[in-house]
Design a protein around this ligand. Structure first.
Ligand code: PEP
Length: 255
């Protein structure tokens, strides 16, 4: 049985003070006591330490980062390494988010380098893939997903694959208010799992958790996450409000 994982991707939002207030509000809603769903908060780098501090003993809530560079250290102004994230007690790192791919030119090859380095450093990658509307309209969803998955996760051992979270985020659903229907999302997730089986083996395919992302809200979270191959959510906009995010986490518990 795969444990559901719900992550809050704050993107370029939240000052340190806002981050503290968010965590306090989340804990008041008892999210710190939930053990059957893994909860991850992914702040901007500048608020990571504050989130960890505010979480205190709520160790079931993990902290993630939104990106990292593959080099260990050195003259890479503006970049952050896996070791620097580990130093901040970060567990997860989101890699290949569609905003990184479209706005900052990240390719599957770049994502793959980062994913491998993350594993070497014992950080768990949340690797994002997803098609554009044009690709969907042309009937290329499976082709694009297979290419991104095989490219971004190339060369991983079955163990590393099993410790990777895949986030299926159709680009047309991110920040648009337009969600994939539960059927559309399930179809894509089942295809991703089938591809993972082909890339490694059946056990690995069964183990990997696949999150859905794209305008997840309290109103649609339960139905999406009750699909057999949807193992949680990567939440952008709705994760900026502790009330909405807590509702989404709680929706992941309902079967
Ligand atoms: C995201 O950025 O990963 C995301 C899914 O955003 P939103 O929930 O706002 O669509």
């Amino acid at each position: 049985m795969r444990k559901k994982i719900v992550a809050a991707n704050w993107k370029m939002n939240m000052t340190q003070a806002e981050a503290s207030r968010f965590v306090e509000a989340l804990l008041l809603r008892d999210v710190g006591e939930i053990t059957d769903v893994e909860v991850v908060i992914v702040p901007p780098f500048t608020a990571i330490a504050k989130v960890t501090e505010a979480l205190g003993n709520a160790q079931n809530i993990k902290v993630g980062a939104q990106n990292m560079y593959w080099e260990k250290n050195g003259p890479f102004t503006g970049e952050i390494s896996a070791a620097l994230l580990r130093d901040l007690f970060v567990h997860y790192v989101v890699l290949g988010h569609s905003e990184r791919r479209t706005l900052f030119g990240e390719t599957d090859e770049i994502v793959n380098r980062k994913v491998r380095v993350a594993h070497e450093a014992k950080l768990r990658p949340i690797a994002c893939i997803g098609e554009t509307l044009e690709q969907r309209d042309r009937g290329n969803v499976e082709k694009i997903l297979a290419m991104q998955l095989r490219g971004s996760l190339a060369g991983l051992t079955p163990k590393d694959l099993q410790e990777t979270v895949v986030a299926y985020e159709p680009v047309w659903a991110i920040g648009t208010g337009r969600t994939a229907t539960p059927e559309q999302a399930q179809e894509a997730h089942a295809f991703i799992r089938k591809t993972l089986r082909e890339m490694a083996d059946d056990t690995t395919g069964e183990h990997v958790r696949i999150q859905y992302g794209g305008s997840v809200k309290p109103e649609n979270a339960r139905e999406l996450m009750s699909q057999p191959d949807i193992d949680g959510a990567l939440v952008g906009g709705a994760s900026l409000d502790p009330r909405s995010f807590a509702q989404i986490v709680k929706a992941a518990r309902e079967r």
